[in-house]
Structures are given as C-alpha cells and as structure tokens.
Design a protein around this ligand. Structure first.
Ligand SMILES: C[S@@+](CC[C@H](N)C(=O)[O-])C[C@H]1O[C@@H](n2cnc3c(N)ncnc32)[C@H](O)[C@@H]1O
Length: 337
C-alpha cells in the first residue's frame, strides 16, 4: 500500500473505532444474529433513523463487519461475529469499554501526556482510573467483562506454559473475576487459590469460579494491593497489573507481595514484554503502551525493565518463560533475595 494511503488509513482509525463502537452500542450484531435483515427493519428494531443506519451499515460492510447480501440487506460478517454478546469469544464489552467517553476523553489530550509524561485521565476526572471505576458500577462491570474477554486466550496459555502442580496455594493479585485463576486451578487438581482484587474488581469472581468448577478450592478476598495482600501463598501471580502503574507504585505492589510470601515463595509476572527493538509485526503492545500512558499512568516494559523493577522491590528474576504459542506475553518468575 502506498505510504500516503497507509497514513490516511491510520487517521481513519478513530472513525473506524466510532463506527464499530456505535454498532456495539446499538446491539446490531445481536439483532442480526444468524439472519439477513433489511436496514429499515433493523432501524425499527434499534430505534434509529433508517437512512443514517443504512449509511452506518454500508461503512460496517466496507470494514467487513457485516456483508451486504443484496441492496439494503445485511448479515453479520466474520469480523463482526465477536460483537455478538452470546458467543464465548465475544469482544462486545471490550469494544464498548474502549469506545466509552470516559476513556476517549483522555485521548484528546494525548499531546499533553507526551509533553508531561503524566496520564491525562486524572486531570479530567480528578482521580486515577481505578478509583474512578470504584464509583461507576456500570463501567466497572464493563471493565471486568472486558478483562475477561481479552484475558481468556492468555489465561488458557498460562497453565500450559508454566508448571503450577509443584505449588500448594496460588494467589492471583488483581485477579479480577478469576478468569486466569480458574484456568490455573483446572490444570492443577491439588492446587488451591485466592483471587485478590478491589471490592468492585472481585464482584463477578464467584460466578466465574463456580462456572469453572473450582470455587470449592478457591477463596475470594477484597482489598487494596498498595496496603497489603493475602499471606500464605507459595506463588503470587500478577497478570496485567504492573503495566497499569508507574515504577514507584509497581515497587509498592511488589513489596507488599514480598512481605506476604514465605521465604522461597515465587512471583509470576504475566505481561506483554516489549522486545528491546521495536517489532513491527504486531503494533498492539506499543498502542497499549500509549493507552497506559494516557489513561493509567502505567507502561509496557522490556524484560530488562521488569528485571530492574523486581530488583528494586527485593526480588531476583530466576526465569522468563514465553507462552507456548507465540504471543507478546511472557511469564517472568522471580524470588525474594
Ligand atoms: C488490567 S486489570 C487485570 C485483571 C486481571 N489480572 C487480568 O489480567 O485479566 C487490573 C486489575 O487490578 C485491580 N486493581 C486496581 N487497583 C487495585 C488495588 N488498589 N487493589 C487491588 N486490586 C486493584 C483492578 O480491579 C483490576 O481487576
């Protein structure tokens, strides 16, 4: 593709995101289901302006989210299937979250974030992202659903990439609704687990752990990982936690883990680890990194940067395991020194 065309397509990314986000908000994928439907009928079902909806559907067809089977009639395309909320691989909550005004507002000030190195979310909302979530039950539920949807593929890879059967108790710090812990416990029948997160973070954990059939081997605990984390684990897992925070706050979380674990305990950091030199085959981790800058004040890190973080909090990295199927994720194992 010519350079100028690639650049223009990137500029249009923001419009694509609004088109897909609007489709999700209108529930178009659920309305279409397995059917072919004319735009007028869809407009009646969604309470939208027929002409405007026809134009949205044409844009969605151009993006291959839907297919125009004959003039004015549409069915769901392959790329649109994950917008259905009834599928196990649904990404609908993630689309709704990432196009939510609260997250989009910060992007208007990206230049400011790059000039100052500070997240713009806090300036706009007067608090950090997770404290804000605690005051927004609907958004918090959507965040938890998003984490479940985006974490599920990695949650399946973690227990096959790392041997948990040698441990007795795994504690998932910031474990959200227990999606990862469920997979770990399913793969190690004698293992017990604790899912630890904020009160809003663990709100859906019982139903996830029950559905996975591991609730009887699991405890759910709410708290603040900057204050204290549960004691008694021989392995503490942190998946997509450290990338939310700056080095100072990461060091506090890691120190709380070190205080809670026995001598010889293990830390397992599960994160997308940036290569030392940019890998252009997958822009996702670099874009997530900017999202962390703007919304959270966190960052994606290289292996060396994780090693430095661990050292600062009194841990030494003992091994780095890539996931068994290639992803940007690695499992960084560390032990107290
Ligand atoms: C990016 S999510 C990761 C969730 C889960 N580990 C995963 O990978 O799917 C970050 C998690 O940290 C939790 N969290 C944020 N601040 C916290 C705090 N102060 N104490 C405990 N948990 C917190 C959030 O509720 C959220 O579940």
């Amino acid at each position: 593709m010519a350079a100028h065309q690639r650049l223009m397509n990137m500029m249009f990314g923001t419009i694509c995101s609004q088109v897909v986000g609007t489709a999700a908000r209108l529930g178009l994928a659920d309305h279409l289901g397995d059917d072919e439907i004319g735009y007028q009928k869809l407009a009646a079902r969604t309470g939208t302006h027929p002409g405007a909806l026809a134009r949205l559907l044409r844009a969605l067809a151009a993006l291959e989210i839907v297919v125009e089977t004959r003039p004015g009639t549409f069915r769901l395309g392959e790329a649109g299937m994950p917008l259905r909320t009834d599928r196990p691989d649904s990404q609908a909550a993630a689309v709704l979250l990432f196009t939510d005004p609260a997250l989009l507002d910060s992007w208007k000030l990206t230049e400011e974030a790059v000039r100052t190195g500070q997240p713009t979310f806090e300036g706009l909302y007067g608090t950090d992202f997770f404290s804000f979530l605690a005051t927004q039950p609907e958004l918090s539920q959507r965040f938890n659903a998003t984490m479940r949807q985006v974490s599920l593929p990695i949650a399946h890879l973690v227990p096959v990439s790392y041997d948990f059967t040698r441990y007795r108790t795994v504690i998932d710090i910031g474990g959200g609704d227990g999606t990862l812990l469920s997979q770990i416990l399913r793969g190690a029948r004698a293992l017990r687990g604790v899912v630890f997160d904020s009160p809003t973070g663990v709100a859906e954990a019982l139903s996830t752990l029950t559905a996975a059939g591991v609730a009887d081997r699991c405890r759910i605990e709410a708290g603040d990982f900057f204050a204290a984390v549960p004691e008694g684990g021989d392995i503490y897992v942190l998946k997509n936690i450290l990338h939310d925070w700056d080095d100072e706050r990461c060091a506090i979380i890691l120190e709380r883990c070190r205080e809670a674990m026995p001598a010889g305990g293990r830390l397992l950091i599960v994160e997308s680890v940036l290569p030392d030199v940019v890998d252009t085959s997958d822009p996702a981790p670099y874009l997530t990194d900017i999202s962390m800058l703007v919304n959270m004040g966190g960052q994606e890190r290289t292996r060396y940067e994780y090693e430095q973080l661990c050292r600062r909090a009194g841990f030494a990295v003992t091994a780095v395991h890539p996931t068994v199927f290639p992803t940007s994720y690695s499992l960084i194992e560390a032990t107290p020194v």
